[in-house]
Design a protein around this ligand. Structure first.
Ligand code: AHR
Length: 483
């Protein structure tokens, strides 16, 4: 028997809903044929796929990062504005294609506004310069009567786009990146780019590219950035992709522990630098690319097909973001459509992949304050780890008073648990949502689209107790009120 004890007084931190963000890159069919499909009968008058917009609304993403990714390190944003037929096609070196530029800044911001999401733009700190970066901020946010603001107005956007979140560079630690930078080079570049961008609009928030490869220099990178740009940086970005290359379920389920360790370590460095340099302004972590990605690593279009065990891993990462809510204030699922994505399109429709469901469940139900949940019970070993809890848990108390408790059963057997409230009693029914499928390798196809899906039922607590049998290899969300 597992025990999960909840005390609504034990608050970890406020949950920032930006941890349910997404990421869209000019790569494969993410933009063209994904969110934007000119001439498609499924697109609206502006070219946005209506079915994709509807599916994305189910994910309730509050923020979307764009335009890359590796793509951004060769991107010229000015190519992507103005009359579409006059926009220059360019050789695209990150993914070896030709970029038509028919979708650019204005289309992206419109797309975000349709979704109710904040745009998060990344500037080119690869082969681009700081003039391009500051001009982009001015084009988007400027209000004075300048050439760039007139240009935006001529393009049909009288009001500023009011873009708050700006990243400077992508994965600058990686040799695969155009314009890769040493820790010293990037700390300098970030400082000067950031200085100019904030001169144009002091209200913007800046995201620094900290580490993606987790190479030996990641501590040095973080330290230099915080030493030199502690007065400019708002978020320190890390990237995190995982997979099950060894086809070892236990090892795969244990991978989230490594992520926990890395989150704790990056938080530790942040805390140390804030204290050491007496930095009073808040600086947070942004996991601005994360997902499962291993099957389609080198494949064109990166169209990963996700199964049930991948959905469990996505839920495990979301649990980790919640447990680390004090520092993790943004996370962006990479990516949103077709490219390593929860949604796959065809010209005549779309498919929701397994990972769509845990993301939607968490994003729709979590909110408010994260609680420190006590657990004891069954353990397992996986990879280099032993004594890991089979039931991985996280919980929030929403502003409407509801508790949303999330439990990932990372075993292939049922798990009995008693949920006990340290204060109060269960009031009314408990809504129980479960993401599951017939076996861990099950996945959805256009022919069998609901093999892995979300089901719901109602449970009833007895006083301060609720006994639940968690299904094998499942993600469960329990939502209830405490009287
Ligand atoms: O999301 C796919 C790619 O993964 C991105 O372009 C890059 O930033 C990362 O390596």
């Amino acid at each position: 028997m597992n025990v999960i004890a909840l005390d609504p007084r034990r608050v970890v931190a406020e949950l920032d809903r930006n941890v349910f963000g997404g990421f869209a890159e000019h790569l494969g069919r993410c933009i063209y044929g994904g969110i934007y499909d000119e001439g498609s009968p499924l697109a609206d008058e502006e070219g946005f796929r209506k079915d994709v917009l509807e599916a994305l609304k189910g994910l309730r993403m509050p923020i979307i990062r764009y335009p890359g990714g590796n793509f951004v390190s060769g991107y010229r944003w000015m190519d992507g504005i103005g009359p579409k037929d006059e926009r220059p096609p360019r050789a695209e070196l990150a993914w070896h294609t030709v970029e038509s530029n028919r979708f650019g800044t204005d289309e992206f911001v419109s797309f975000c506004r349709k979704l109710g999401a904040e745009p998060y733009l990344v500037v080119n700190c690869g082969d681009g310069d700081m003039r391009e970066a500051r001009d982009w901020v001015e084009y988007c946010n400027g209000t004075a009567d300048t050439h760039l603001v007139r240009l935006r107005r001529r393009n049909g956007y009288e009001a500023p786009h009011a873009v708050t979140y700006w990243g400077i560079g992508n994965e600058v630690d990686g040799p695969w990146q155009m314009g890769m930078k040493t820790p010293q080079e990037y700390a300098r570049a970030f400082t000067e780019f950031g200085k100019l961008m904030k001169m144009v609009d002091p209200s913007i928030k800046l995201v620094a590219s900290w580490t993606s490869g987790w190479f030996e220099d990641w501590v040095e990178r973080g330290q230099l950035l915080l030493e030199q740009a502690g007065n400019l940086v708002d978020y320190m970005a890390i990237h995190w992709y995982v997979g099950n290359r060894e086809d070892d379920f236990a090892r795969y389920m244990a991978l989230s522990e490594l992520f926990e360790e890395r989150l704790s370590a990056t938080e530790g460095l942040l805390k140390a630098m804030l204290a050491c340099r007496k930095i009073k302004r808040p600086i947070y972590l942004a996991v601005d690319e994360w997902n499962v990605w291993y099957r389609a690593r080198g494949a064109e279009g990166l169209e990963e097909v996700y199964n049930l065990e991948d959905a469990l891993v996505v839920a495990l990462q979301l649990n980790a973001f919640m447990r680390h809510a004090r520092w993790v204030k943004m996370a962006n699922l990479a990516q949103i459509v077709n490219v390593i994505a929860p949604i796959l399109t065809r010209p005549d429709g779309l498919l929701l992949q397994s990972i769509y469901y845990p993301f939607a469940l968490y994003s729709q139900q979590a909110g408010g304050e994260v609680l420190d949940v006590y657990w004891e019970g069954d353990t397992f070993s996986g990879g280099d780890y032993t004594g890991l809890r089979v039931l991985d848990v996280a919980a929030t108390r929403r502003a409407d008073g509801h508790i949303a408790l999330f439990v990932v059963n990372r075993s292939t057997g049922e798990a009995e648990a008693r949920i006990s409230l340290q204060e109060g009693a269960f009031a009314g029914d408990v809504q129980c949502w479960v993401v599951n499928g017939p076996h861990i390798k099950a996945y959805n196809t256009f022919e069998a689209p609901h093999t892995v899906a979300l089901t719901s039922r109602r449970l009833e607590g007895q006083g301060n107790r609720l006994d639940v049998t968690f299904e094998p290899h499942s993600v469960t969300g329990l939502v209830f009120r405490i009287a």
